[in-house]
Design a protein around this ligand. Structure first.
Ligand code: ADP
Length: 261
């Protein structure tokens, strides 16, 4: 529970940080990128300065990417939830993700045709899927299999979540599993924290899973990682089933509250 509290506090800090400095920061980066380009045009590739300038430009581009991710995370305060058919979204995303997973690896997908609808921000969901597949890919430098599965979880099917009974109700379960290097318990305890990364500088931002976590929580869902070192990792995401007649009353006040903020 304490970890969850720290998590939400950190998310708040990230939001404030992003809102407060991202805009100014972007202007500075635009200047750095612009002047690097200008100077690059005045040098030939064999000049010593050319290589230094290329490095400056690459770093500024990485910083811009970080700002973009921070802003995306801050934007989660105002998600545009809509009723979506996950089966369709997953099928649509499949080809893009397949191309993205390296040649060495295989991407599999299985969804049931009668998948229930859920209420999520479509763009954020797609982004979350991309983040999970990116992590899976990074965990399998020598290749492997990424498997995406989706199915309905009826109320009678009790789920254990963090050693307690799962909140009753109907959920759609989306699993993203890999056959990568896995992670230790110590790492797993921190993965949803913003800025936690085990990846090399310039490779990881530590914002991917924080943003996945934010999307899932904002949708009233649960995310549950399972991992074994040397074997692989599976992320299970439970999103509540959307039923128009049942959920209308529940959804309306929530939307209102969000607007007031
Ligand atoms: P980043 O990918 O930028 O490091 P994330 O928040 O997406 O940030 O992930 C945080 C950390 O969680 C990663 O650095 C890695 O140590 C661990 N992790 C996430 N997904 C996996 C996975 N599928 N297999 C092994 N480790 C993972």
């Amino acid at each position: 529970l304490e970890a969850r509290f720290a998590q939400s506090q950190k998310m708040e800090v990230v939001g404030k940080l992003a809102g407060g400095i991202a805009h100014d920061f972007n202007n500075m980066l635009t200047a750095i990128l612009g002047f690097s380009d200008m100077l690059l045009a005045q040098h030939r590739p064999k000049d010593v300065a050319y290589k230094d300038l290329t490095n400056i430009k690459a770093s500024a581009n990485r910083a811009a990417e970080l700002v973009r991710k921070l802003l995306a995370l801050a934007r989660q305060q105002t998600l545009q939830n809509e009723v979506i058919n996950l089966g369709e979204v997953l099928t649509d995303q499949f080809n893009m993700l397949k191309g993205f997973v390296s040649e060495k690896s295989e991407l599999k997908i299985s969804t049931s045709p009668d998948l229930w609808t859920v209420m999520v921000d479509k763009h954020e969901f797609e982004q979350a899927l991309y983040n999970l597949v990116t992590n899976a890919k990074d965990a399998m430098p020598d290749g492997g299999t990424v498997a995406i599965r989706a199915r309905n979880v009826p109320e009678r099917e009790t789920q254990k979540f963090e050693n307690r009974e799962f909140v009753p109700g109907e959920y759609v379960l989306i699993e993203v599993g890999d056959t990568g290097h896995g992670m230790s318990r110590e790492v797993m305890d921190k993965i949803f924290e913003p800025f936690f990364t085990t990846k090399a500088i310039g490779k990881g931002t530590g914002l991917g899973l924080a943003s996945v976590y934010g999307m899932v929580k904002q949708s009233g869902g649960y995310i549950y990682p399972e991992s074994e070192v040397g074997k692989g990792t599976t992320f299970r995401i439970y999103l509540p089933r959307y039923q128009a007649d049942k959920d209308e009353e529940v959804v309306a006040p929530k939307e209102k509250k969000r607007e007031q903020r």
